[in-house]
Ligand binder design. Structure first.
Ligand code: ZN
Length: 187
């Protein structure tokens, strides 16, 4: 079952701080492979484990389909931690596979340094800017239980209220499989 259903706003697991990964066993390796397949199937550029119902501090990124980023290899970040953020900020219209068809401007630090573990649980550090910094912060937030719609201005929050309720109630057409209920969890 390689393509997994994607959890949507309103699902409980998206509001939990994800649990640390202490061992990369076969289950985790399979989860990561399925996350890539699920993300690519949905034309996403980043996906956090709780977006497929797994309560684990893992996210995957593949921005190589974006213009100018063809050389950026797909990345798996386990137990990530943002260790520094630039004072300089940027604005970008974000979307999210867990909030289908909704987009809004989000202000975030333009550059970050992120520390994480790879699939051998070896510590790695990446200095990211532009789109990579943007996607990493969005996915990192997922693992803290934060959605991009929490970070928009009050006026946008008001506008999003109805569409978010429709998504919570699964009254939307989505081009990829979504979770069956607000309690959906696989791991
Ligand atoms: Zn998202």
């Amino acid at each position: 079952m390689p393509i997994l259903p994607i959890t949507v706003c309103g699902d409980k697991i998206l509001r939990k701080k994800a649990a640390k990964v202490s061992k990369v066993d076969n289950k985790i390796i399979k989860l990561i492979a399925d996350m890539f397949e699920t993300m690519h199937n949905a034309n996403g550029i980043g996906l956090a484990a709780n977006q497929v119902g797994a309560n684990k501090q893992i996210f995957v990124i593949d921005i190589s389909a974006a213009e100018g980023y063809e050389d950026i290899k797909p990345l798996v970040l386990i137990n990530p931690k943002i260790i520094s953020k630039s004072e300089e900020t940027s604005v970008y219209e974000e979307g999210c596979l867990s909030i289908p068809d909704q987009r809004a401007d989000v202000v975030r630090p333009a550059k970050i340094v992120i520390e994480y573990q790879d699939t051998d649980l070896k510590s790695q550090t990446i200095e990211a800017d532009d789109l990579l910094a943007r996607v990493m912060q969005h996915e990192y937030d997922h693992l803290q239980g934060v959605l991009f719609t929490d970070l928009v201005d009050e006026e946008t929050k008001k506008k999003l209220k109805k569409p978010l309720n429709r998504i919570k109630n699964r009254k939307v057409e989505v081009a990829y499989p979504i979770s069956s209920s607000a309690d959906y969890q696989i791991l």
